[in-house]
Design a binder for this molecule. Structure first.
Ligand code: BT5
Length: 325
């Protein structure tokens, strides 16, 4: 048991070192950086290859990680994470009912805990809608804490959606936009959705759930959906891990802004990624009302939409589905 965990620590160090390098690295440099003896580095590299990692080897330059297995491995996920709290605790699964449901049920989870599954039997959307969750997508939930004075769900949905949009733009240059309150769309098709929920037992425990269509054929998805792989017309699978690292880093950055009451920055990002500001829209509100008007703004503290109706009234809408007219 002790040997096993020592080997795991060495594996973690080596992976972190190779991932951070992000280019070829010599074994001697791996040793310099990790202090894992060269013989053990050799053994670990072989073990990693056996479990699906692929390295490109150049006798002059050394090793470079080119492919990681599709299966999640918490050690590897942690190795590439650049965060302070999000993802310090990670649980991974092959298939669960719903990552949100599972995380909400886990009363021992700490702030920043991440739960990831390769697929879901019964992925949830808002108001009992379904989130179709075949293998090839990212399905994750994160435990967060809301500020005492800001328990609004829409702001969490916006933080999630903006972070997803930013990550997809930074990594693949996708021309994505954020559709209030919780969708990320590409070419008017949905590529990702966010579902934030409050833990009914403890009001400031929030679970933010994120689904992203990554390596999925849209034939498996509802109409008007798209995946990253499909949009980019790649034959090789997209590296989900890289996207997870980028996403959790971006998310933590926004989460800290929220915690420190610096919401102005989040609203600026929303303005950048939203195609909606100033546009004429129809809103099917959470209370069943249908409203028409122009999107005036998003309220910085709650994430609610401020709609100016034809009669000049300003309406504050916390939840709903929006359509451009
Ligand atoms: C959402 O709801 O968009 C929230 C989706 C959140 C999913 C994540 S996955 C991890 C975590 N665990 C869960 O159980 N859920 C979260 P909403 O705005 O209500 O949109 C739902 C609608 O999107 C459905 O009615 C379909 O029309 C459409 N839809 C369902 N699956 C989709 C998919 N994979 N891609 C694109 N659109 C989809």
């Amino acid at each position: 048991m002790k040997m096993e965990s020592k080997n795991n620590i060495a594996k973690f160090k080596i992976l972190k070192c190779i991932i951070n390098e992000n280019k070829f690295i010599h074994k001697s440099d791996i040793y310099e950086k990790t202090k894992v003896p060269i013989e053990q580095i050799n053994v670990i590299l072989k073990e990693l290859e056996k479990s699906g990692y692929e390295f490109s080897f150049n006798p002059h330059l050394g090793y470079k990680l080119v492919k990681v297995p599709e299966e999640y491995n918490p050690t590897l996920i942690k190795a590439g994470l650049n965060t302070e709290i999000i993802g310090k605790q990670i649980n991974t699964y092959k298939k669960v009912n719903s990552t949100n449901k599972k995380l909400l049920a886990n009363t021992n989870s700490k702030e920043g805990m991440v739960l990831l599954s390769e697929a879901q039997f019964n992925g949830k959307g808002r108001r009992n809608r379904k989130w179709v969750s075949p293998e090839g997508g990212i399905y994750l939930s994160i435990l967060l804490k809301s500020r005492e004075d800001r328990k609004y769900i829409p702001i969490f949905n916006l933080i999630g959606a903006i972070s997803i949009a930013e990550s997809l733009k930074e990594l693949y240059n996708l021309p994505v936009s954020v559709k209030w309150p919780n969708d990320v769309v590409l070419d008017s098709k949905k590529i990702s959705g966010v579902l934030s929920e409050v833990d009914s037992r403890s009001e400031n425990r929030m679970v933010m759930g994120i689904g992203i269509n990554v390596n999925i054929d849209s034939k498996q998805l509802p109409p008007r959906s798209i995946s990253v792989k499909e949009y980019l017309q790649r034959s090789e699978n997209i590296n989900k891990l890289k996207l997870i690292w980028e996403l959790l880093k971006n998310l933590e950055e926004k989460y800290f802004l929220y915690k420190n009451n610096k919401l102005k920055n989040i609203m600026e990002k929303w303005k950048y990624y939203s195609g909606l500001l100033g546009k004429q829209v129809k809103i099917f509100s959470g209370t069943g009302e249908i409203l028409e008007g122009y999107v005036n703004n998003i309220d910085g503290s709650s994430g609610a939409m401020i709609l100016r109706t034809d009669t000049g009234l300003e309406k504050v809408i916390l939840e709903g589905t929006v359509e451009k007219i």
